[in-house]
Design a protein around this ligand. Structure first.
Ligand code: 5AD
Length: 353
């Protein structure tokens, strides 16, 4: 039997651990071993991406959603949310503001809101790409649509697509997503990759009923999918959902998963997520010191920000886009890293060009 120090060494040297090895680590890791893990993950991140941290401006353009995920504050059955939609004109105004602040990637995120037709989204993507040509990358995070839609949005200029797989456990996935199918999610991710998008997948940590073996499965699924970006955040209960009284994920477990993701899929981008920043005032800085290399500051207009509450107490609700821009820069510098305002393609994407 390997000691845990051997396992951490193996992960660092070979970028591989079996599911059993990951499970043992998750079940028994000590605070001292966690620090070793974080420092190995940081070293790996430095070797691949140096001390640059890429920024993406996040525009949460609609909180209307046809899905009913048990954990999510904007699920269709939550009648208490005040719903909003930004018009294409308002979204473009956010991009103008974001461009002024230096952002060169815009992430357009929303609930699954079919009010935005394929034609509207295609025209919007096309206009953003035209307006700032050739400097800007457009990332979509709009959930499940048909392969034909994904194809046409790609042709219109969308570069990247974020869609977390949420959990690699089929049983857990089905419990949490009464309106969705496990196979569909995976088929979407595979299709997006095949079309040529830089793809982001990822999962939540600390979901009710989630086991260490499930988390090991998440990492193995990601290693096989080999996405360009991996979003990992703690589950944070929202009181207006069926999981409102459950326990949430911990900062430690989430950071361990960030660090293991860095070791096992070393060339992927990994964001220091807003959910981590919500759980702990320095959560994002801690993630940057445990292998993360991307931050996604919010540029959603202050008038609607608070309504995009996937979970409660989300940070930056009262802030303006310029506050977030400079707050993030200070945080990145506080841990000895540097902001990079470039497009920030993934290494996998660059090496395939
Ligand atoms: N806690 C943490 N993360 C959540 N998400 C949705 N609801 C919650 C919650 N209650 C995450 C999902 C989704 C991403 C946009 O936000 O993983 O893919």
């Amino acid at each position: 039997m390997n000691t845990k120090h051997d396992l951490l060494d193996k992960a660092f040297q070979t970028n591989h651990l079996t599911k059993e090895e990951i499970t043992v680590l998750l079940e028994t890791i000590t605070p001292e071993e966690r620090e070793i893990l974080y420092s190995k993950a940081l070293k790996t991140k430095q070797a691949y991406y140096g001390d640059k941290v890429y920024l993406r401006g996040l525009i949460e353009f609609s909180n209307i959603c046809r899905q009913d995920c048990l954990y999510c504050g904007i699920r269709a059955s939550n009648a208490k949310v005040e719903r909003y939609r930004l018009t294409p004109g308002e979204i473009l105004a956010c991009c103008d503001k974001g461009y002024e602040l230096g952002y060169r990637t815009f992430v357009l995120q929303s609930g699954e809101d079919l009010w935005y037709t394929d034609e509207m989204l295609s025209a919007l993507v096309h206009e953003i790409k035209r307006r700032y040509y050739p400097e800007v990358a457009v990332t979509l995070s709009i959930g499940e649509r048909s392969v034909e839609t994904y194809q046409s949005l790609f042709v219109s200029g969308a570069d990247r697509f974020l869609m977390r797989h949420e959990t690699a456990s089929q049983e857990l996935y089905e419990k949490l997503h009464p309106t969705m199918r496990f196979e569909d999610r995976r088929a979407c991710l595979a299709a997006l990759k095949k079309i040529g998008y830089q793809v982001g997948a990822g999962f939540m940590v600390g979901l009710p009923g989630q086991t260490p073996a499930d988390l090991a499965e998440d990492l193995h699924y990601l290693k096989e999918l080999h996405p360009d970006m991996i979003g990992i955040g703690p589950f944070i209960p929202h009181s207006q959902t069926p999981l409102g009284t459950e326990k949430g994920g911990t900062i430690e477990n989430t950071l361990v998963m960030v660090a293991l993701a860095r070791l096992l899929i070393p060339d992927s981008h990994i964001p220091a997520t807003t959910a981590l920043g919500t759980l702990h005032p320095q959560g994002r800085e801690m993630a940057l010191q445990a292998g993360a290399n991307v931050v996604m500051p919010i540029i959603t207009p202050s008038t609607v920000r608070k309504q995009y509450a996937l979970y409660e107490n989300k940070i930056c609700g009262d802030d303006h886009p310029e506050d977030c821009r400079y707050c993030i820069e200070r945080r990145i510098q506080s841990v000895g890293l540097k902001v990079d305002l470039g497009k920030g393609d993934s290494l996998q994407f660059i090496s395939n060009m």
